[in-house]
Design a binder for this molecule. Structure first.
Ligand code: ATP
Ligand code: MG
Length: 282
């Protein structure tokens, strides 16, 4: 049976909500679950690469050449240190693509077309996007089957979310009718802060069945891991942050594959207890 990758864009126009952290750690957890994964960095900040210990300045080509010069995707893909996880790097020059694409023919569908020939090579293609709604993000949302929304558990979370819902409806109407919402992932959750729980309640009641049961806690290991060039699961497998991303990845996998993972997903209740223990340990 030929597989065709599910393409998931990780997006939120709000900055610093955990898009890149989610992209890197989800991609790693899926690959560690024996799925073939391609992580595409679509952000000129190029943080996803450093999270994998891959430094784009070492490469001649990046996603810029795919978007602007229509270079085949295959030519820019590199292997990572994690088996089954491939990476398509971005560099700062991607910022220039926004302007150069404005007058280009088929400017919104460049990534979609570039992905067509390689989709059968992967189970999942994960795209990290920048915190802006320019042509680069539009390309990601046009190429994607679904959009995954990381949401920081804080007061203004709902505002960012309604903006994103509007954006995706517009893309769906004009460019990509099959675009779905993969779901909302609560990030940087702080259980000592009542506000986090209030935000969780509000989001779950506004978007019933769309919020993942797994919640990512605020965890220092998640912010340390990129400076070691490793996803959290490799840097510190037992940390509350990597456990939460693992649980989230298994929840997502269960939507598309029958569970085969050796590690049994924990229940929400047992996870919260173990997280609390791990939080105090780290
Ligand atoms: P941008 O919009 O700039 O691309 P982003 O949405 O990709 O940002 P990240 O880069 O993933 O956000 O995260 C912002 C910062 O918060 C980073 O320093 C990251 O290490 C840290 N961070 C992300 N998630 C967590 C977490 N759950 N606990 C602690 N720190 C986190
Ligand atoms: Mg980012």
């Amino acid at each position: 049976m030929t597989i065709v990758a599910r393409v998931i864009a990780i997006s939120n126009q709000k900055g610093g909500v955990g898009k890149t952290t989610t992209a890197v750690n989800l991609a790693c957890c899926l690959a560690q679950s024996q799925k073939k994964v391609l992580l595409i960095d679509m952000d000129p900040q190029a943080n996803a690469g450093s999270g994998l210990g891959i430094y784009p300045q070492n490469f001649e080509h990046s996603i810029y050449q795919v978007l602007v010069e229509e270079k085949p995707m295959q030519d820019i893909i590199v292997e990572s240190q994690i088996p089954l996880l491939h990476f398509a790097p971005a560099r700062q020059d991607l910022a220039g693509a926004e302007l150069e694409l404005v007058s280009a023919f088929g400017r919104e569908t460049r990534l979609k077309e570039a992905l067509e020939p390689i989709r059968p090579n992967y189970d999942f293609i994960i795209i990290d996007t920048p915190p802006t709604l320019g042509l680069v993000t539009v390309n990601a949302l046009t190429a994607a089957d679904s959009v995954l929304i990381p949401l920081q558990s804080e007061y203004y979370a709902m505002e960012g979310l309604s903006q994103l819902v509007k954006t995706t409806s517009l893309i769906k109407k004009r460019l990509n009718p099959k675009l779905e919402r993969e779901g909302i992932l609560l990030t940087m959750f702080d259980r000592r802060n009542n506000l986090s729980s209030q935000v969780e309640q509000e989001i779950r009641s506004h978007f019933p069945n769309e919020v993942f049961a797994a919640v990512i806690p605020r965890n220092v290991r998640l912010s340390e891991a990129p400076s070691h060039g490793k996803p959290a699961l490799i840097y510190d497998r037992s940390s509350a942050g990597s456990q939460a991303y693992w649980e989230f990845s298994q929840e997502l996998l269960a939507k598309y594959f029958k569970p085969t993972a050796t590690e049994k997903p924990k229940t929400s209740r047992s996870r919260r207890k173990s997280e609390a223990a791990a939080d105090s340990a780290h």
